[in-house]
Design a protein around this ligand. Structure first.
Ligand SMILES: C[C@H]1O[C@H](OP(=O)(O)OP(=O)(O)OC[C@H]2O[C@@H](n3cnc4c(=O)[nH]c(N)nc43)[C@H](O)[C@@H]2O)[C@@H](O)[C@@H](O)C1=O
Length: 287
């Protein structure tokens, strides 16, 4: 499952991304074949909802046509078809798990969900001033990585290898993710302006929640503080505006459904990042 997994980075390093994500998959499959391990191996390919890119159907399932929109997605398309080819040509047990965005507190901070929970937590403790984002209108189908790993394991336990979509079936905007994360910390956000001039301001603070989470004087925000700005640096040359998965096949064939709700996911990520920010404040006192 090793890859160059950042879509934006793939525009800056397309050749590296194609080498690792596309040819990397082929190299592993060739190693399996050359070592005569084809019939002893079960191979999982970390495929992706990015294959749907410029979506050809409002909700995407295993039968939705692909339209990749980044070097990352094009490389992943090569890997997807290579697995199918090895399955058909050599009888390899290989599966493509077409995973929609899956997140957790372990997500890198350059991906939007963790960037939001990490940065807002630090803003609340006064460690950082602002959260800079790109396209806040993008819609994603976000689930918890823990649930998706269970499904990866499940698809490798079946008699026949098949490809599966893994998704929550819910779609939310980046803007909504910011709002929910802020509420989890204890304040609400009001949006003003449009396009690159849009800003997010603290509108209300929930004293009960703040009191329970932060020590006296440690919560640094007040209504009117401007904490979210747009930075066009984060726009992509070609954006995937919306992804929304249909995991009916996984539900029907493997009896799988996600256990963690969107709110639980955000809440878990915020709790982890608030704790990290709190520790950072303590460390800073002794520096
Ligand atoms: C399934 C798929 O999931 C992931 O790919 P991704 O969807 O590109 O994930 P992301 O968190 O980088 O962006 C999500 C959306 O959020 C928008 N967005 C706005 N502002 C910022 C921003 O400031 N940073 C980032 N990173 N994105 C931003 C951005 O433009 C995009 O529309 C990878 O795991 C990938 O490996 C994979 O396979």
């Amino acid at each position: 499952m090793g890859a160059q997994s950042h879509v934006h980075v793939s525009f800056d390093s397309p050749e590296y991304t194609a080498d690792v994500n596309g040819l990397g998959t082929l190299r592993i499959l060739e190693a399996i074949r050359n070592l005569d391990l084809t019939h002893k191996t079960r191979f999982y390919q970390a495929s992706t909802s990015e294959l749907y890119g410029k979506i050809q159907s409002p909700q995407q399932s295993e039968s939705t046509p692909f339209y990749p929109r980044s070097p990352y997605a094009v490389a992943k398309l090569f890997a997807y078809w290579t697995v199918i080819n090895y399955r058909e040509a050599y009888g390899l047990y290989g599966c493509n798990g077409i995973l929609f965005n899956h997140e957790s507190a372990m997500r890198g901070t350059s991906f939007v969900t963790r960037k939001i929970t990490y940065t807002l937590s630090r803003i609340a403790y006064g460690l950082i001033d602002k959260l800079y984002l790109g396209n806040m209108n993008a819609l994603r189908d976000w689930g918890h990585a823990r649930d998706y790993v269970e499904m990866q394991w499940l698809m490798l336990q079946q008699e026949q290898p098949e490809d599966y979509v893994i998704a929550s079936g819910e779609r939310r905007s980046v803007r909504e993710f910011v709002e929910v994360a802020a509420r989890e910390i204890g304040f609400s956000i009001e949006w003003r302006g449009q396009g690159v001039d849009e800003v997010g301001l603290v509108s209300e603070v929930d004293p009960e929640k703040i009191g329970a989470t932060f020590g006296k004087g440690r919560f640094k925000l007040k209504p009117g503080d401007e904490i979210v700005n747009i930075d066009p640096y984060y726009f992509r040359p070609t954006e995937v505006d919306v992804l929304w998965g249909d995991a009916s096949k996984a539900r029907e064939k493997l009896n799988w459904s996600p256990k963690t709700s969107f709110l639980e996911l955000v809440s878990e990520m915020v709790a982890e990042d608030l704790e990290q920010a709190r520790k950072q404040v303590v460390v800073n006192q002794y520096e």
